[in-house]
Design a protein around this ligand. Sequence first.
Ligand code: CTP
Length: 401
Amino acid sequence: MMLSEKKVIVGVTGGIAAYKAADLVSCLRSEGASVRVVLTRGAQEFIRPLTFKALSGHDVYHTLFGGPDPLPHITLADKGDVLVVYPATANFIGQAASGLAPDLLTTLLLAFKGPVLICPAMNTRMYTSTVVQTNLRLLEERGLVIVPPETGRLACGETGPGRLPPPDTVMEMIRGALLKKDLGGLTFLVTAGPTREPLDPVRYLTNRSSGKMGYAVARAARDRGARVILISGPTALTEPPGVSVVKVTTALEMRRAVLERFDTADVVVMGAAVSDYRPKGVREEKLKKGEPEITVTFTENPDILAELGKNKRHQLLVGFAAETGEIPVHARKKLEAKNLDLVVANDICQEGGGFEADTNTVCLAFRDGRFFDLPTMSKYLVAHRVIDAVLELREEETGRE
Ligand code: CTP
C-alpha cells in the first residue's frame, strides 16, 4: 500500500538523530503523503523549522500558545491519519507514559485517536534503563506501536541499541499501521529461509532461498494485527520489528523450534526451504584435500510440515511448493500428502518468480480443488493474498461449525 493521500503527522523531539526526520518527511512526500511536522523545543536546538517547512510544504507547528491557530493540538489531531514520533527522546517517552502534556506534541498525543508510532533513539544505557523500558511497555500496552531502535555505533561513541532506524523501516511500519487489523487475536507461526546442514566445521549444504517470501508473510501478518513468530534459517535479511524472531540453522533445529510453538499457533506458514537431506554424521575435523574422490552419504531430514499435518487440530497449515511443469497437479498432491489447507505454488522456471527476487508469481491451491493464478507482484503483496485466502478458509470453517 502506498501512502498517497494519507495524512501523516511527524513529531520530532530533541535528539541528535532529529536530522534524520528531514529524510523521513521527504520520503513520505515522495510516496504521495501529505505531511505536517510538529517540533519540540529540544528538536529546534538540532534542526530549524525552515527545513521542515520546505520539505513538507506547510508551516511547521512548534507551539501550543501564541501561534496563529488557538487550538493547534485539536486541528492537528483531526487532520492526521497517523502520528509518528521520530526520534522520540527518553523525556518525551516519560511524559507520554505519564500522561503529561507540557507542550504541543505531548498535548497532541493525548488528543490524537489514530495509530501512533514511537521511534525511540538515545544512548544505550538510557534506552536499556528500567524506567525507559517500563515507560515503553506502558505505551505499548496502551496500543502505541514502538519501533525498536537498531543496534550500532551511537553518536556518543558507544555501541549498542539506541540508533534511530532509517526512514525505510519506519515507512513500512507506517503503511502497516494504516492497514485493517483483521488478524487481531491470531498467532501466526512462519518459517523462512534455507536451512544449513553441516558437513564439517567449515562446510555445509544449503540452498538458494533468500527468506524474502517468508519474511514478507511475517511482516504482512504483523501489519494486520497478528502476533507473529518467525522461525528463520540463516538469511541476510534484517529482523522485522514487531515480530518475535527465532534464529535456527539446521532442519532439526527448525523442527524443534516449530514443534515447541505449534500449540500456540492458529496459522502456520511454512515458507522455509528446508533441506530434505543432511550429511550423515558431521565430521569433527575439517575435511582435508588430497583424495581424488570422496563420497558423502546423506540422511533424510524429517518433513516438518508433514509432521504438523499429522498432528494438526485447530491450526490452518499453509505450505509452499517450488514446481516445474504441471503446477496444479503437483500442488494438489502435496496438499493431500501433507494434510494442508493451502499450498502456495510457484513455477521456478517462470520469470518474475523465484529465490532472490523481490517479486513472485504464484498460484494458490485450496483443499476443495479451487486453484487461482495470481499475477506477478511483490512478495509483500503475495503475502497479503495468502493471508486473505487463510482468512477465507477460517470464515468457511466457522460457518460450518
Ligand atoms: N518442508 C518441511 N520439511 C521438509 C521439507 C519441506 O516442512 N523437510 C515444507 C516446506 O517448508 C514447504 C513444503 O514443505 O512449505 C515444500 O514441500 P516439499 O515436499 O519439500 O516440496 P518442494 O520443496 O517443492 O520439493 P519436492 O517437490 O522435491 O518435494
